[in-house]
Design a protein around this ligand. Sequence first.
Ligand code: ADP
Ligand code: MG
Length: 381
Amino acid sequence: MEVTEVLQERTGAPAEGVWSAPGRVNLIGEHTDYNDGLCLPLALPLRTRVAASRRDDDLVVLSSAGFGRVLRCDLGQAGPGRPKGWAAYVVGVLWALRQAGHEVRGMELAFASNVPTGAGLSSSAALACAVGAAASDLFGLGLLGSDEGRAELAAACVRAENVVAGAATGGMDQTVSLRARAGHLLLLDCQDGAVEHIPAALPGHSLLVTDTRSPHQLLDGQYEARRRACEAAAAAAGVPSLRSLGPADLPSLLAAVDEVVGRRARHVVTENERVRAVVAALDTGDLAAVGACLTAGHVSLREDFEVTVPHLDVAVESALVAGALGSRVTGGGFGGSTVTLVAHDSVGAVREATERVFAAKGWDAPVFYAALPSGPAAREV
Ligand code: ADP
Ligand code: MG
């Protein structure tokens, strides 16, 4: 059933509008966002849609296709850790907007999404940004009308995820979902939130996303542990964040800290360099160099940051063997998806090789998506 029909059936009136927000894939720049670093994501054609209407009380009534019964949450009761479950991402955005001084009331909301959840493609940000877009328009906040407004809305979505849902994510996902430009990658500097739109000039090539169906679990403490190691490394170096360090600083840092902390920091420092190298290579059209950076990024995440799992390593390996220019895990890791740069006429070979290897291991079949750089959160109807 369409989201508009769900809402009409529930409330007896047509929805006031429909909004949508995209999931994302990060081309390069992983685990850099919470280190004031650089990343280079793009918005996917996969989107979360929401039919929405205002209420004149503080009740948020919400349902989502495939997520069970209709939920009712009192916006006045929302706060750190409340409500629980998926409603946190939704009610949390309204709570954060209200905390920021915006006049926001309850809403009737019906969601549907084709962003796979827990696949590292940021279904959580797509959900939060969709409701943020709806609230901005329906309550007259005007945040979608300018990039500054969109940045403010992204910050509210980050607070919802950090404070209400209790997931310590950085700001990359919400930023790309709200501020991306179709046909472009988004170069995001997490130190100051500055963005640059980089044309996705990949003549004759595709970016292929492979959902390895090994769902990631960011809430199990591993993500927090990586954050703490990065903070410890920055503290040992006497800098506010790892962004202040370059490759030349690594030898003295590695000598000063525990071996594991050193490897975590080395990933972040070299990853910022890889983001710059990919942007430069895209500019000169050197796609082989782009691919080499992607694969080097995977090795760094496997060896230094240790966030890959066999599904991810095998997907990357089979893509490379089948002729891809480069491939890496994308998103936080511990499962999820890979992103692969591959010539159009080798896409079939990469898919078949990956399917064959997964089947031989008795794993669930991977799911593939074409990562066509798409547009940001917007009103649809
Ligand atoms: P990712 O963002 O990589 O997909 P997360 O663990 O960050 O993975 O977010 C997944 C969670 O977001 C789900 O468990 C659910 O709580 C929420 N979520 C995502 N999409 C939806 C949706 N369409 N409807 C309801 N909840 C959703
Ligand atoms: Mg998420």
